[in-house]
Design a binder for this molecule. Structure first.
Ligand SMILES: *[C@@H]1O[C@H](CO)[C@@H](O)[C@H](O)[C@H]1NC(C)=O
Ligand SMILES: *[C@@H]1O[C@H](CO)[C@@H](O)[C@H](O)[C@H]1NC(C)=O
Ligand SMILES: [Ca+2]
Ligand SMILES: [Ca+2]
Length: 234
């Protein structure tokens, strides 16, 4: 995966006239939020000032980035960040572009063949977390096998997060019975994937989460827990 890091220095105060067709629409992820920009021109500049002046003199340019150390200057006709208003002159921010993004959404990471994952750090209850994944065209993570457990553990380890509680895509089918995953797979109560002393039905626990070093645990569905969404590659 090629990543280009650019530093946004300022936005030009000109209105986006947008008559010009951009060279390319690009997608990236900033602070775990999707964004896209439209590349209007690419040129060279020895300084941010020079790049800024090029943007100002270019009709339709609303933002520029200078790439160091290559001295590439890029002008953009649009920048949009999901769930955020992009405020001009907000100071330097880092954009991470992924060329040839391997997942349909740039905030997802390809962790296994056909499996793109995204960590959501704002805790929600199980149904809200599940809804959020579905709005992104994804599902809560399915950890029905040890192989899938290892993928999740690696994904969280890569982000420097160990032993994180995470909602998973399974619920208790019948109280005291088996556990049903979104894909129809069943995990019995005596599976070795459960954490020690789990499932214990503490507090009316009917939803599946991770516990400890990514073992299974039953937890009350209303608890606010972080989660990982999983998006299949079409
Ligand atoms: C935030 O993003 C979600 C899904 O990505 C979308 O459904 C929602 O409408 C967005 N909210 C705003 C205020 O744009
Ligand atoms: C989950 O959260 C939503 C939104 O806050 C709320 O409407 C819903 O009742 C909650 N569900 C449970 C099971 O707590
Ligand atoms: Ca239960
Ligand atoms: Ca439990």
């Amino acid at each position: 995966m090629n990543r280009t890091v650019a530093v946004l220095l300022m936005l030009c105060a000109v209105a986006n006239r947008a008559e010009r067709t951009g060279l390319a629409t690009r997608y990236g992820c900033l602070d775990n939020r999707e964004f896209s920009d439209n590349l209007l021109f690419e040129s060279s500049a020895v300084s941010n000032t020079e790049c800024g002046l090029k943007c100002l003199s270019h009709a339709g340019c609303v933002a520029f980035t200078t790439l160091t150390p290559s001295g590439i200057c890029r002008g953009h006709s649009s920048v949009s960040v999901a769930n955020s208003s992009f405020s001009p002159l907000s100071g330097a921010q880092t954009w991470t572009f992924q060329d040839g993004v391997p997942c349909p959404n740039p905030c997802y990471q390809l962790m296994a063949p056909g499996t793109c994952l995204r960590f959501h750090q704002i805790g929600k209850n199980h149904s809200e977390a599940s809804n959020h994944c579905q709005r992104e065209g994804a599902r809560l993570y399915n950890m029905k096998s040890w192989e899938r457990r290892d993928v999740l553990k690696k994904f969280m380890d890569d982000q420097g997060l160990q032993n994180t509680l995470l909602w998973l895509d399974a619920v208790e089918e019948v109280e005291g019975g088996n556990w049903l995953w979104g894909d129809g797979h069943i995990t019995p109560r005596d599976s070795s994937m459960w954490h020690t002393f789990e499932p214990n039905d503490l507090g009316g626990a009917d939803c599946m989460q991770t516990l400890g070093d990514y073992y299974l645990d039953d937890a009350p569905c209303k608890t606010l827990v972080q989660y990982v969404c999983e998006m299949p590659i079409p």
